[in-house]
Design a protein around this ligand. Structure first.
Ligand code: AMP
Length: 228
């Protein structure tokens, strides 16, 4: 199964991705966040990280050629042969078309699209109170999902940071990019398995909705003799 978590920045894709992976255990499905991959490149100051850093910190989109190449390399790894979860890709119609070709070439089915829909004013409030663990990527929120020890990651005790692109001016730009470019990707998936969930709810509520969807699909695949 290929799961595509879709929605504006700050809608909770990363949090839900983490919960979904836990739900699938002991089966391991890779979670691929193009944003996390780019942040790792920036932190390591690789040529790709240095090339894309200005765009990312300004809230723009990295070019389709670059991002498609990164994605293709990642999903060509053996752990992706049976399926994977995508968070933050595709963000343009061109990327969605590219993904279609990659999946078809690998004999994988079209993605199950889970769209978390959240109004902009809620997103801004959420993003400015986000804190991230730079080591494991886990997200916290100082208002709604506080770490047990203030300022430190629950999983590995690393000091939490504010992402460079979680500043209010950059957030506004990221939301504009979503509205003007990324939202159009939804119409590309109109005929696919496509589920919309109101993301303006607690993470636990949203996760319950997602598991209902996934349970139905996994059951259906089991009935047909397929894997995840
Ligand atoms: P995210 O963590 O998914 O919010 O991504 C952070 C930033 O990385 C985005 O604001 C973009 O600048 C860049 N980025 C991540 N994924 C993509 C993508 N699929 N296409 C273009 N740019 C991306």
């Amino acid at each position: 199964m290929v799961i595509l978590l879709f929605g504006p920045p700050g809608c909770g894709k990363g949090t839900q991705a983490r919960l979904i992976l836990d739900w699938f255990k002991p089966r391991i499905i890779p979670s691929i966040s193009t944003g996390e991959m780019l942040r790792a490149e920036m932190a390591a100051k690789t040529p790709l990280g240095l090339k894309t850093q200005a765009i990312i910190t300004a809230g723009g989109l990295v070019s389709d050629d670059i991002i498609n190449e990164i994605l293709c390399a990642r999903i060509s790894q053996p752990d992706c042969a049976e399926g994977f979860l995508l968070d933050g890709y595709p963000r343009t119609v061109e990327q969605a078309e590219y993904l279609d070709k990659l999946l078809a070439a690998r004999g994988l089915p079209p993605p199950v699209v889970i769209h978390l829909d959240v109004p902009s004013h809620v997103l801004i409030g959420r993003m400015i109170s986000r804190r991230q663990c730079p080591k494991c990527g886990r997200m916290f929120n100082i208002l709604t999902d506080r770490p047990k020890v203030p300022g430190r990651c629950d999983d590995d005790d690393t000091p939490l940071i504010v992402r460079k692109d979680d500043r209010e001016d950059v957030i506004t730009e990221r939301l504009k990019t979503y509205k003007e470019v990324t939202r159009a990707v939804l119409s590309h998936y109109e005929s696919a398995q496509h589920f919309q969930i109101s993301g303006d709810r607690s993470a636990a509520y949203i996760f319950e909705e997602i598991t209902k969807i996934l349970e139905g699909i996994v059951e259906g695949e089991r009935y047909q003799g397929g894997g995840i």
